[in-house]
Design a protein around this ligand. Structure first.
Ligand code: PLP
Length: 364
């Protein structure tokens, strides 16, 4: 029996009937773009996040681009972001014509290292993009003061920093509803959350061709809207996201109880972590990954080539060794199966397989 890395189909199966009836209501209404479901979802998401406003957009990448543009970031500006993240984080900065300035990450959290961020701030720094990587809240309170922080919360819907939700603390937070994220859509979708009414207004304008009324065009904008159909199912899933996140946290705790910590470096637990991915570290990563794959167990090594070493950013001149912690975690990280609905037996099999791979290594 194979064990997938993530199992969205199994997660959504119990909701099949309700999903179909929500879709039927939209079909019946005949409204597919910016209708009542998008508006209601924006209100419900803003209330959940404790953000003043939320604006639905086409995907998490656009959410970042629109926020950076609404903040006035463009050519000549620098934006600090971690090198250990999905490409879209830095792509959005470069898409605005600004320069991504890559900082290193912390080994224990895999999130941006505030000390290294401070070192890279210059007179041209206009923003910091903090990524809540793999669902773990980044240390926003330790970032340099006075520079707008954009939270890339694509992997962290529902994560908490103290009493606040990730995405509601910075100048703005951006979310993705790609189907494997903690709050999934049945396709692409994204959201901008912000307490700044003017910023929200600007994002609303940009997502709709720079127009408020589709008659008068005030800016060169985008066509970047959240679909009514996606909003209808997102409202259903928003009501389940805490249950799903609790199930992820419980499964993460179970890996620890099963003794996985004797075999590799586990992600340190933290109350607000929502385990978008369960990522361990081991110098024997490739051997463990091969053993899991041979047993039909899903796993993934994330961001093997970190962003500062990607060909597109070669002109920025970072070399091998420029960001040592990033490069080490890129070699050592491995995501193990974790999803709402994973069973203790499946987790036991994962741990047994890691154990045999690691001890084979030790016997050499
Ligand atoms: C998924 C993701 C994005 C992009 O979201 P899309 O909806 O796929 O455009 C951006 N940043 C991070 C960290 C992500 O994981």
């Amino acid at each position: 029996m194979t064990i997938p890395l993530v199992d969205v189909k199994a997660q959504l199966a119990p909701l099949r009937g309700e999903i179909e009836s929500r879709i039927a209501v939209v079909l019946e209404s005949g409204r597919f773009i910016l209708g009542p479901n998008v508006e209601a979802f924006e209100h419900e998401a803003a209330a959940y996040l404790g953000a003043g406003e939320a604006v639905g957009v086409a995907n998490g990448t656009d959410a970042l681009v629109l926020v950076l543009e609404a903040l006035g970031i463009g050519p000549g500006d620098e934006v600090v972001c971690p090198a250990f993240t999905f490409y879209a984080t830095a792509e959005a900065i470069a898409r605005r014509g600004a320069t991504p300035v890559f900082c290193d990450v912390e080994r224990e959290t895999l999130n941006l290292d505030p000390v290294d961020v401070a070192r890279r701030v210059t007179g041209r720094t206009r923003a910091i993009v903090a990524v809540h990587l793999f669902g773990r809240p980044a240390a926003l309170e330790r970032l340099p003061a006075g520079i707008p922080v954009v939270e890339d919360a694509a992997q962290a819907f529902g994560a908490r920093l103290g009493v606040a939700r990730a995405g509601a603390l910075g100048a703005a937070g951006t979310f993705s509803f790609f189907p494997t994220k903690n709050l999934p859509a049945l396709g692409d979708g994204g959201l901008v959350a912000t307490g700044d009414a003017q910023l929200a207004q600007r994002v609303r304008l940009l997502r709709l061709h720079g127009s408020r009324d589709k008659q008068t065009f005030e800016a060169v904008g985008y066509n970047s809207r959240l679909d009514e159909l996606q909003a209808a199912v997102l409202r259903l899933f928003l009501a389940r996201v805490d249950v799903w996140n609790d199930a992820r946290r419980e499964a993460a705790g179970r890996y620890e109880q099963l003794g996985l910590g004797e075999l590799c470096e586990l992600p340190a637990d933290e109350a607000g972590h929502v385990y978008h991915m369960y990522v361990v570290r081991t110098p024997e990563r490739d051997r463990v990954a091969a053993a899991l794959a041979a047993e039909g167990i899903g796993c993934a090594a994330y961001y093997r080539t970190p962003l500062h070493l990607q060909p597109v950013f070669a002109p920025l001149g970072y070399g091998e060794g420029a960001l040592p912690v990033t490069e080490q975690v890129a070699r050592e990280n491995l995501a193990l199966p974790l999803f709402a609905g994973i069973t203790p037996d499946q987790q036991k099999r994962v741990v047994a397989c890691v154990r045999s791979a690691v001890s084979v290594g030790a016997a050499r």
